[in-house]
Design a protein around this ligand. Structure first.
Ligand SMILES: [Zn+2]
Length: 145
């Protein structure tokens, strides 16, 4: 698989760890959107598109975020720590929608996206810079993994 195009939409909120949304094109024929560039303590890292996980109230079947303490629908108190834990014991609150299944592919995506992000950052310093047109997903920054 080759990544044939990376599009980068910079995020200008200076206080946020989220620095850009990206889309990648694979082999000129498949696009994955909502990839994020996040500033971590050891430099930039790339987060795959993910969705928030939820579960259902035992009493009414209402859908709730895993961190919710009470059901959105009926107000029943929900159990703590309903989220499954990862190998480090952290709650798993997000699930990847698309992701590489080996380290080599992860590295390739990480390098391509980070390089494109840095180029876009340089371009953005020019006075005639026009940001990429891209919809922004409305979700939270995932926890660093
Ligand atoms: Zn309920």
């Amino acid at each position: 698989m080759e990544i044939t195009e990376v599009r980068v939409k910079l995020i200008t909120n200076k206080d946020d760890r989220l620095k850009a949304f990206c889309s990648i094109t694979m082999d000129n024929e498949f696009v994955v959107r909502d990839i994020k560039v996040i500033e971590g303590t050891n430099g930039y890292f790339v987060a795959m598109p993910s969705r928030k996980m939820s579960d259902h109230c035992e009493k009414c079947g209402g859908k709730n975020h895993l961190r919710a303490k009470f059901c959105n629908n009926c107000g029943t108190q929900l159990a703590d720590n309903r989220a499954r834990k990862d190998a480090q014991g952290r709650m798993k609150l997000h699930a990847d929608i698309a992701h590489p299944i080996n380290a080599e592919c992860r590295k390739k995506i990480q390098e391509k996206v980070t390089a494109a992000f840095k180029e876009e950052l340089e371009r953005s310093k020019q006075p005639d810079y026009k940001p990429v047109e891209m919809d922004e997903p409305d979700d939270e920054v995932p926890e660093i993994v």
